[in-house]
Design a protein around this ligand. Sequence first.
Ligand code: ASP
Length: 282
Amino acid sequence: MTFAIIVHGGAGAVAPQSLDARKQGCRAAAEAGHVILKRGGNALDAVEAAAVVLENNPLFNAGKGSTLNCEGRVETDAAVMDGATLRAGAVAAVSGIRNPIRLARKVMEASPHILLAGAGAARFAREQGIELCDPAELVVPAQQQHWQREHGTVGAVALDAHGHLAAATSTGGIFNKLPGRVGDTPLIGCGTYADGCAAVSCTGKGEDIIRVTLARHAAWLLEQGVEAGAAAEQAMRHFAKRTHSQAGIILVDRGGHVGYAHNTPNMPICGLTPEGRLLWEA
Ligand code: ASP
């Protein structure tokens, strides 16, 4: 049985001088997931581990380094989905959580719900022993200076050696958003989706991704037998045609074939095949 993982570091405009560091960050994340898959671990653990690496890296708009809302505060969204069981967990507009992806997984595993938001999600985090932090700790100087105004969400999708697929996406959302704004990331079928055929993670303008339920659309294409690379391209064409907006997508199918596409100038990605073969793009 084969396995595969691909991660993205967001499809937005970034300073050219940070591109290489972002590529390295994506590689470190893909490797963290790859190690788990290689020893027979499950896809959910792999995508969570990859997302945590990216959340901890201040170059990305997730966890530490998240973009600021119009009040200068960080509010994060995150989701995980287990394709084998269709179980999912997500959090929206949460503050003071170091690794929102871990909280999303807790929602999936320790609550009867799929999506918890705001103060209720933070309370659940405290009850579940999820690591909290001072919200100010997630604010990095680059964000304060508004160097990076747009996207930079992170995501990971994987197929494990047992044939199970999983997806994880985590974000600080979009710059200058209203407090309480929730994007596509924690909405199942929009920014994040996994089932028996596909695992998908999206990045880009959340409001527009939601309009076309982009992740589910791509999964449906794979279900119809479209090849992974073509499915990513087709999903992006559909998105661009319907919304005239910008986004990016990564996906993996049940055969371990990965695909990615974006209509932004760049989207750092890193995919690792079972042989450890690298594929990436600035
Ligand atoms: N999709 C995210 C959102 O709208 C932003 C991003 O991908 O950078 O919240």
